[in-house]
Design a protein around this ligand. Structure first.
Ligand SMILES: CC(=O)SCCNC(=O)CCNC(=O)[C@H](O)C(C)(C)COP(=O)(O)OP(=O)(O)OC[C@H]1O[C@@H](n2cnc3c(N)ncnc32)[C@H](O)[C@@H]1OP(=O)(O)O
Ligand SMILES: N[C@@H](CCO)C(=O)O
Length: 383
């Protein structure tokens, strides 16, 4: 389904040491649903070095609005899995080359709706529908260019987990170990429903202009509303009750009687406003739609028979984990995935009151089990 590796004649990029963001053209791609991109560029970061037999490369896949900045490395900016990835950490960058790639369709440097079409104007509304599988096929073309024939391990949470799983299914001989954290075998009806409400919030913003808003303010209100809806699903009711209760913003006390003449704001409203503002400042609305619709498309069994039949193609050792309070990717869905995988696969649990986002904030809980499963000294062949 993808373009050919027409750029493979390029010299292999320098992979030594911690890198700031780099970009490589992987050439043209024809997409799973039929769209075409004449020149795809992927932006990526690396930490550590590739060993002589290229056996120590680890791919880490980011979530929906995440980026390739997994670890701080030499940069000022903290990474979203800093505790997990770095010198001497569970994913030890003194032993492994760690690669993280910004998703096709996103807004952190890889080709996306804000990129320029060959006519010199942004793709905008013309950007084609991409799937999780397209993104993985693009990453495989990049791996070819990086000189990585197979991954020691591919690991991801949430949408990153969907990409990790697809890697193991599309390229079974290129993934030796695969960790799927807080993710399911397919996006469920409820996950699609939450996603559709977010996409509609953006599309219904008058500033959206059918996606051709570049050079204008753009659909900031719609994107902010999408983030509010999403963020509620990323956290939990007990956390919200414990943190905010019915308290008014700027006061520790609940809204009492008499109610203030001005309605004011509940703390939870202020918190959601803040989450929305933060995302609006760092994310492109078209990319939000493209990536959300890609996640809606996630279905490991599509065109592959039953789920166990689909998963039987994988050759990797699997590590599956769930957050016990996740109300978006329910633990039962991780168990369903583990049960359908070949062999005995354990589901590891992150115990947290906060819900789905604990795969980011509480990843340390998985470190002993992940280390034992994938990264013991004598288990990886890494130099
Ligand atoms: C390039 C990039 O940065 S993207 C890559 C990194 N990010 C990702 O991968 C995923 C996106 N990030 C996230 O989803 C979140 O930031 C997480 C999950 C990582 C962080 O979650 P937590 O640490 O639990 O943060 P939490 O949800 O409590 O939010 C804290 C923020 O809410 C603010 N806040 C708390 N209460 C209130 C309130 N009553 N009113 C307004 N703001 C409030 C805090 O001041 C804090 O603000 P800050 O983030 O600007 O410092
Ligand atoms: N907070 C995460 C959750 C999605 O899994 C993100 O914004 O990407």
């Amino acid at each position: 389904m993808t373009g050919t590796t027409t750029t493979q004649a390029q010299p292999r990029p320098d992979l030594d040491g911690d890198a700031s963001i780099r970009r490589l053209s992987i050439g043209p791609m024809t997409l799973e649903a039929g769209g075409h991109l004449p020149d795809v560029v992927l932006a990526y970061e690396t930490w550590g070095s590739l060993n002589a037999d290229a056996s120590n490369a680890v791919l880490i896949e980011h979530a929906l609005t995440g980026s390739s900045h997994v670890a701080r490395g030499d940069s000022e900016e903290e990474g979203w899995w800093d505790g997990l990835v770095g010198p001497g950490r569970t994913i030890d960058t003194d032993r492994f080359l760690v690669v993280s790639i910004n998703m096709l369709g996103g807004c952190y440097g890889s080709t996306g709706p804000a990129s320029l079409h060959p006519d010199g104007k942004p793709w905008g509304s013309r950007f084609p529908f991409v799937t999780v599988r397209d993104s993985v096929r693009a990453e495989a073309l990049l791996a070819d260019l990086l000189g990585v024939p197979s991954w020691h391990s591919v690991i991801g949470g949430s949408m990153g987990g969907a990409r990790a799983l697809e890697w193991a299914l599309i390229y079974p001989d290129r993934v030796q170990r695969c960790a799927v954290i807080a993710c399911a075998a397919a996006s469920t009806a409820e996950q699609i429903a939450f996603a559709q409400a977010q996409v509609q919030a953006i599309r219904l913003d008058p500033q959206f202009a059918q996606g051709d808003y570049y050079g204008t303010v753009g659909p900031e209100g719609g994107l902010g509303l999408a983030r509010r809806i999403a963020h509620i699903t990323y956290r939990s009711e007990p956390e919200f009750t414990h943190r905010f209760g019915r308290a008014a913003q700027g006061a520790e006390e609940p809204f009492g009687s008499p109610l203030p003449a001005e309605r004011g704001r509940y703390q939870i409203e202020s918190y959601l406003d803040h989450q929305a503002d933060k995302l609006v400042r760092r994310f492109d609305a078209n990319s939000y739609i493209v990536l959300t619709e890609a996640l809606m498309s996630h279905d490991a069994a599509r065109d592959r028979g039953s789920l166990p039949e689909a998963l039987s193609k994988a050759q990797a050792q699997f590590f599956i984990a769930a957050v016990d309070s996740d109300r978006l990717y329910w633990p039962a869905q991780s168990h369903e995935l583990a049960t359908a995988l070949p062999g005995e696969v354990t589901v590891h649990t992150i115990t947290s009151p906060i819900g789905h986002d604990a795969f980011l904030t509480e990843i340390a809980q998985l470190e002993p089990a992940l280390h034992a499963a994938f990264y013991e000294d004598d288990d990886d062949g890494a130099a």
